[in-house]
Design a protein around this ligand. Sequence first.
Ligand code: HEM
Ligand SMILES: *[C@@H]1O[C@H](CO)[C@@H](O)[C@H](O)[C@H]1NC(C)=O
Ligand SMILES: *[C@@H]1O[C@H](CO)[C@@H](O)[C@H](O)[C@H]1NC(C)=O
Ligand SMILES: *[C@@H]1O[C@H](CO)[C@@H](O)[C@H](O)[C@H]1NC(C)=O
Length: 267
Amino acid sequence: MHSFRPTVLFTALVASSGLVRAQCPAVWTDVAAELKTTFIDSSGNCNDDARAAIRLSFHDCFPGACDGSIILADECTDRGENAQMIGICSTLGTMATNFTVGTADLIQFAAAFGIASCPGLPAIAVKVGRTDSSTANAANQIPTQNDNATTIVAAFAAKGFTSTELVALIGAHSAAKDLNGNALDTTVDDLDTTFYTETANGTAPASLNSDVSMSSSSVTSGDWTTFGSDASAWADAFVPAMEKLSLLGNDASTLTDCSSVITAAFA
Ligand code: HEM
Ligand SMILES: *[C@@H]1O[C@H](CO)[C@@H](O)[C@H](O)[C@H]1NC(C)=O
Ligand SMILES: *[C@@H]1O[C@H](CO)[C@@H](O)[C@H](O)[C@H]1NC(C)=O
Ligand SMILES: *[C@@H]1O[C@H](CO)[C@@H](O)[C@H](O)[C@H]1NC(C)=O
């Protein structure tokens, strides 16, 4: 049944006139409702799917572009670095089909939703309209946990990120678990700064060698200490760095803002 919807027509006309960007498509409100049941457990905490979705943003974008290729070109199943995310790749791949939304967009929307699901940070802005790609990005772009600060800083510089943006982004490990399921800080359900201090002082339940290296290397330890002792300094650095990551390889000026859908889901 097709009904004439003046608001949709109005939005399209105003958008095409260039005066106002198009409104976020209504389907994203339905996606948000589905993600809420997927990412938050019965006690109200963010779960392993939320953690994996935050990480998936990094692993889709960093090798080249936020283009959905981690799912659409099977990077998820083909590359060892993505092995812990096969489950979330499958879930989000099916969800993109079910809701007829872009895979690249859904990955970034889900990461933003995961960040909003694990308490501690303000919501990040999220945009939609990316072009999906079934062509794999270059392999071996993601640093490993055995890389040191020098190598990781260089890898991020090659993608246009400063060492401060890198240290800020690594704070996502505040809500992370390692391969054995051990948390990388004592407050794994929160996106907070405990991760920085515990990694630096050796009291985290588990730590990645790469994170320990960044906590002590002269290139990164200044920002590491600052973020560990100042939650708002971390939030002020993390939010724009994560938004930048979510747009890699895309022209943000052509995208549509859907940030209000996420804030509304947690209002
Ligand atoms: C650059 C260096 C990085 C390295 C070496 C690294 C490495 C790792 C490793 C080894 C794990 C544990 C899972 C496993 O054992 O396979 C992990 C988890 C995670 N990483 Fe990173 N990571 C890096 C950067 C980032 C960035 C920039 C983000 C930001 C989005 C991020 C978000 C996460 C999250 C949320 C998890 C938890 C996943 C889960 O518990 O399922 N990581 N990372
Ligand atoms: C996709 O839709 C099918 C059929 O309605 C449903 O069984 C499945 O749970 C949905 N999956 C996701 C991830 O939304
Ligand atoms: C960091 O790792 C690289 C590559 O393995 C190595 O060449 C370099 O010496 C290491 N730097 C430090 C400070 O350990
Ligand atoms: C390590 O850091 C944590 C988190 O800030 C703090 O509670 C703890 O007292 C510190 N422990 C040591 C030995 O410095």
